[in-house]
Design a protein around this ligand. Structure first.
Ligand code: 13P
Length: 329
């Protein structure tokens, strides 16, 4: 059989990286909104805006033509920020071929609707199987070829196998799972907790505090994730514990960075205005709080993050709150 033609939507750090992996296996096209990115990928095999200095697969091509990119695809991989995915899909809807699988790389919830990305995909394109690829995957490390792994959750075995054939390599190992909800919730939630760890780091807290917050965060994340239909094992795996850990400790994490700068006393608006990327946790936190309230789940760490981001609570107060909210120590 012919190898599937892949289209990746989104020329950010992770969309570009996954497109570069897929381009080594099969015909892959990257859709980027910014013509300078598309042109640079085609001409120099680099993405100077998001992955400056790193070489991408020679065979990767890029375009700004969304309709053309979508209508050729045997599989669509979506790497646009959570708050924009619905709009990009709506522009594509008449051009996506029936039944082709759609995979989300996005680690966030839609703010107003509180929906997961596969739910958004399901609403816009109800006839296409929708799944998620997620794990501890700092893009610049993957693009350099350092070992990493991730979990791929698809609703059916056929599309899982097809996708694995496209993105699994000896250095980027893709394990399959059937828990779409759990993998997706884990990816969205870990960003909220990386902000909390960043607060502590910015305030000068130590490794004990960091380990405490990460450990308690895993409990919170698992409680809400299970209540929303995810499996407990998923949260202990690569997409859960693994991604929580890397996002809370990596100097390259955007979410941890926003938390860190808040911890150092910079105002949120200024931090966000100075970044050329999206820290998904900033918008996802309010949605998480509403989901937790609906399910009657207490999330003391997420609540403190929400207070800082959305209710102007000073970070110092939050950190006292975090400590108070962690009994038994
Ligand atoms: P950030 O979005 O915080 O950079 O997290 C990266 C990530 O998801 C690593 O798996």
């Amino acid at each position: 059989a012919r190898k599937p033609r892949v289209t990746v939507l989104g020329g950010g750090t992770w969309g570009t990286t996954v497109a570069s992996i897929a381009a080594r296996r099969t015909d892959t096209l990257l859709w980027a909104r910014d013509p300078r990115i598309a042109e640079a990928v085609n001409r120099t095999h680099q993405n100077p805006r998001y992955l400056a200095g790193f070489d991408l697969a020679q065979g990767l091509r890029a375009t700004t033509d969304l309709v053309g990119a979508v209508e050729r695809a045997d599989v669509l991989i979506a790497g646009v920020p959570a708050q924009y995915l619905r709009a990009v899909l709506e522009r594509s809807v008449d051009h996506v071929r029936p039944f082709i699988p759609i995979v989300s790389l996005v680690k966030g919830l839609e703010q107003g609707s509180r929906k997961r990305m596969t739910e958004v995909i399901g609403e816009v394109l109800p006839g296409n199987p929708a799944g998620v690829l997620s794990g501890p995957n700092i893009a610049r490390e993957v693009v350099q070829g350092y070992s990493a792994a991730a979990t791929l959750a698809m609703p059916d075995h056929h599309s899982a196998q097809m996708l694995q054939g496209v993105v699994n390599t000896s250095r980027y190992r893709v394990y399959t799972s059937e828990d779409v909800v759990g993998v997706e919730i884990a990816g969205a939630l870990k960003n909220v907790f990386a902000l909390a760890v960043g607060f502590g780091d910015g305030l000068g807290a130590g490794d004990n505090t960091r380990a405490m917050v990460i450990t308690r965060s895993l409990h919170e994340l698992t409680r809400l994730g299970v209540a929303l239909g995810g499996r407990a094992e998923t949260f202990a795996g690569l997409a859960g514990m693994g991604d929580l850990l890397v996002t809370c400790i990596s100097p390259h994490s955007r979410n941890r960075y926003v938390g860190f700068e808040l911890g150092r006393g910079r105002p949120l608006e200024e931090i966000l205005a100075s970044m050329n990327q999206v820290a998904e946790g900033v918008r996802t936190t309010a949605a998480v709080m509403k989901l937790a309230a609906e399910r009657g789940i207490d999330m003391p760490i997420a609540r403190e993050v929400d207070a800082v981001l959305n209710h102007r609570q000073p970070v110092e107060k939050t950190y006292r709150g975090l400590l108070r909210a962690t009994p038994g120590h």
